[in-house]
Design a protein around this ligand. Sequence first.
Ligand SMILES: NC(=O)c1ccc[n+]([C@@H]2O[C@H](COP(=O)([O-])OP(=O)(O)OC[C@H]3O[C@@H](n4cnc5c(N)ncnc54)[C@H](O)[C@@H]3O)[C@@H](O)[C@H]2O)c1
Length: 316
Amino acid sequence: MKILANDGISKRGIEDLEAAGFEVITTTVAQDQLENFINENKIIGLLVRSATQVRKDIIDNCPSLKLIGRGGVGMDNIDVAYAKEQGLHVINTPAASSESVAELVFAHLFGGVRFLYDANRNMPLEGDSKFKQLKKAYAGGSELRGKTLGVIGFGRIGRATAKIALGIGMKVIYSDPFIDKASVMVDFYDGQSVSFDFESVSKAELLQNADFISLHVPAQKDYVIGNDEFNIMKDGVGIVNAARGGVIDEVALVGALEEGKVSFAGLDVYESEPKPEIKILMHPQISLSPHIGAATDEAQDRIGSELASQIISLLK
Ligand SMILES: NC(=O)c1ccc[n+]([C@@H]2O[C@H](COP(=O)([O-])OP(=O)(O)OC[C@H]3O[C@@H](n4cnc5c(N)ncnc54)[C@H](O)[C@@H]3O)[C@@H](O)[C@H]2O)c1
């Protein structure tokens, strides 16, 4: 029983699968060789992240395949409905990376309010010759404590982000047209926990009241944040997108940064990924990360073991 983890899988996932009698192949097979490889090796389970495409051709031409697994959330790279119609199991691990993404949002926020994204660019260049000027340039930071975080999309990652915000003393408001009310339990290291109850507010109310905004919606047809939305935000707002490229209109974002409406943005995802626009990459008020929200050892371990346990229960 062979499983091909074409975009990699954590050691933990491999160990769990091997202990249950599966053989795990971690070779990265090129997209155009994939069909041959699956057929020659009689692969029954194909595990991917976001790189490998699993389209109709593979589903139709690989009769040994019984399961397609996505390590992570979005399944845009898999023809899910078609695979299910053909009787294949299609699984993913939606919850495994929520905390990691939420922590990255806060990396951008904490860095944003103290200008670290820019200080880290300029200290290596001028830190020895213009220390005092840089010290002055990056003074005037602010604290997150006591400020309002507006979370757009209150699913798994939105709530995980809210938990961190609550833990550091922020007020949280959210907007989600599909979730009217929600409770969030903040757990502390010693077993104590505190529950917070929330009600969704309209997007306009959130935009008008938030000091910082973080987006946690799935891929959408239209922008969630464009010129109209920037216009009604508080002056000097900070905004983070670790959801999907295309959720924020990047042209409108650059305009809002240049007008001073937005003080900084943190981006993990880009409209033109994997080739983000140079204007975005070079912008001094944008904190950048290359789509690494889920890329922690802990999340990858959880992804691997969640995939393994689903495969074991479906295929054994
Ligand atoms: N940066 C990364 O590496 C990374 C990793 C994992 C997930 N993600 C992305 O994070 C996003 C959220 O993931 P999740 O697991 O929390 O998903 P989820 O399905 O649990 O939550 C999404 C929420 O968004 C809400 N929503 C949908 N459309 C909305 C809209 N127009 N306005 C407000 N709310 C809306 C839904 O009702 C839902 O509650 C996804 O886009 C996912 O692809 C990014």
